[in-house]
Design a protein around this ligand. Structure first.
Ligand code: COD
Ligand code: ATP
Length: 197
């Protein structure tokens, strides 16, 4: 059994995925895979360097994430270029890991955390999609606080994704993470108890 887990940036996907892991789910995190394909020597990073120039690579050979982030979050054309390089590799790695886990641990719930699940049209990979929701104003506030961003920087990141209200409308399972963590925990407990039905 699998679910896709999504939401907007900083709406609480990691918070919710940890609650599911604590109950026995297996987690595949697209952000972690996205970092792996950007490691020195990986063909994806070589391609990114070719397109964006040597200036985005630091002296030790690692990606300057801040610099590339500034480029792609302020420019939709550059973001599209980056997505076209990175997304196919991330997607095939997710599919491979899902197949491996399904074979090794049949019956386990596999949770795949993908921030851009709807933007990339990946719904059909999953039995159900869970959306972690908070209203936009709260999303901006939590993002600024967690990452030390200005309002302008936070708005650029939020604006690079499908509006959270649209994701809410499309959810198979909706988790409202706008209240206390205890309230979110109750919703996850409820989902976990009824997931086999
Ligand atoms: C641009 C990069 C270098 C910025 O790195 P940084 O460390 O500042 O951010 P981080 O990777 O932790 O991402 C934080 C969040 O930003 C959002 N985000 C990241 N990339 C994108 C993107 N291309 N479009 C929209 N939102 C994005 C996601 O919600 C993600 O959870 C990095 O995000 C990246 O390599 N992005 C391309 C791969 C990608 O699309 N990843 C996200 C989905 S798998
Ligand atoms: N119910 C809550 N009440 C208050 N703060 C919360 C709640 N849930 C999460 N947070 C805080 O909001 C921030 C964003 O949460 P989290 O990191 O889980 O989001 P995310 O969706 O995984 O983010 P990203 O898209 O960047 O991966 C964190 O600082 C987290 O501690």
């Amino acid at each position: 059994m699998n679910i896709g887990l999504t939401g907007g940036i900083a709406t609480g996907k990691s918070t919710v995925s940890q609650m599911l892991v604590e109950r026995g789910a297996i987690l595949i995190d697209a952000d972690v895979i996205a970092r792996e394909v950007m490691e020195p020597g990986h063909p994806v990073l070589l391609e990114v360097r070719k397109r964006f120039g040597a200036g985005i690579i630091q002296e030790d050979g690692t990606l300057n994430r801040k610099k590339l982030g500034e480029i792609v979050f302020s420019n939709p054309k550059e973001r599209k270029v980056l997505n076209e390089i990175t997304h196919p590799a991330i997607r095939s790695e997710i599919k491979m890991r899902m197949a491996n886990y399904e074979a090794a641990q049949p019956g386990c719930l596999i949770v795949v955390d993908i921030p851009l699940l709807y933007e990339s049209g990946l719904e059909s990979m999953f039995e159900q999609v869970m959306v972690v929701y908070v209203p936009r104003e709260m999303q901006l506030k939590r993002l600024m606080q967690r990452d030390g961003l200005t309002l302008e920087q936070a708005e650029a990141r939020v604006g690079a994704q499908l509006d959270i209200e649209r994701k809410k409308e499309r959810a198979d399972i909706l988790v409202d993470n706008s209240l206390g963590l205890d309230k979110t925990e109750l919703q996850i407990e409820d989902f976990w108890r009824n997931k086999g039905l």
